[in-house]
Design a protein around this ligand. Sequence first.
Ligand code: AHR
Length: 530
Amino acid sequence: MKKLLVLIAVAFLPLSATVFAQTNIIVNADQAEYKINEHIYGQFAEHLGRGIYGGIWVGPDSDIPNKEGYRTDVLEALQELDIPNVRWPGGCFADEYHWRDGIGPRDERPVRINTHWGMVEEDNSFGTHEFLRLAELLDTEPYISANVGSGTPSEMKDWIEYMTYDGDSDLANLRRENGREEPWDIKFFGIGNESWGCGGNMTADYYADLYRQFQTFAKNYSGNEIYKIASGWSDDRYDWTETLMREAGWMMDAISLHYYTIPGPGWGNKGPSTDFDVDMYYKGLKAAFLLDEFITEHSNRMDKYDPNKRVNLAVDEWGIWTDPLAGTNPGFLEQQNSMRDALIASISLDIMNSHADRVRLANIAQMVNVLQAMILTDDDEMVLTPTYHVFHMYKVHQNSMLLPSHSDTERFVREGDESVVRRFDIRRDEPGIPIISTTASEDEEGVLHFTVSNTHPTESQEVSIDIRGKNVSTIVRNSGRLLTASSVDAINTFDNTENVKPVAFNDAELEDGILTFEIPKHSVLVISVE
Ligand code: AHR
């Protein structure tokens, strides 16, 4: 009966933009087609600022508690996230990284200059062995980005042999001399990074040729199988994708897409990461929703050459990029992380989940101390960010089947919202932002998981989820967790580490297959039923 009443209410719901109170979502639990690949939940760790040095790696002789040189607090917090893959060593850094600098005794490694990120000296104490050991400690797949911009196919080929060959070659024996007997399994392998920009300022045609050349020498040794990722565009340059697909689509497993959410008017004025107003909150979320447009349009170009979607779209850099924190080296890209950023993470993950047919790999930028980080550190102190908590809550979707869902959510429109979209030629017929963003999935045990975000800055929402095609009767005990805060710019600090953290949520009801609850303003919820 209750189901009938809700359905009648849905049918007569007024469409006026002033009604924000109710969102009805229909989930077709018997129509799942695509798995949400766990690799959408990947991380990115570049040699940039305090991302590696100080953030993850302090060296075995440090006073900061560590395991084999990796700080214990950070390691343990990251282990909780079930991270499926970590991309390294860049970013822009990758195209000037020479792997031989980072092997052998640490005190004999050469010191280079990190010209992209602050012109600081790079002592190479964190290299191939240190990264691949980190991957083991995190039980995660390494994703290596190779140097195309200033490297050679031969250098790249040697690196793969060094890491993956189990025979008696000089390079495999050098690996053994350096302390590693068994070869590593290396799957994800990027052939260049932003080759249109910091990776070499190439044209699409030139890079397509170089991609074809380099990928020829990305060899499979000893049963290892390389998954080749071509360097794609940022944002909306669709002709780059078109050229690569036409010229080399059959030689790649994925093409990358980078998209950074910028709340301010442009790269020169990205907006602050702390003490911002509701307008900046709104603009940040509005910019985050553009990811859907970019994935759709790049994927459409790919469809022309790859209608069966064999080639994946790897969103291997995404997240909010704000102005650097005052007093920090601008080349270190240090920013705080707020409730707004938690919502940017949940919205972006929902969008990528919804494109599970094409997006099968993604990496938030970046894991520690850089851009939209999971963790911030200061000397021996550590704080988990609101974005960390979103990744923790969203673990339930990793490798679950995406359940098709239809939402009648209203859009929240703020005056002057055109300014946030002026950089792009996007769908201007849809003003504002959806108030409710969601993902529904079913795991291997038949448990259904829902993540729901309320983007509205001032109003809570009544939500009903009408679960069709599967009988469910119980809300999974302790599955409800809610992340919210007193304000949209609320942050965690070293003095107040738990200002923004998830709390138990027990205020949902499940009756006749309809899950109902009220979700507070600017919050993210996860809840499961069976
Ligand atoms: O994540 C920071 C930088 O952003 C990366 O190094 C580069 O690929 C992108 O421009």
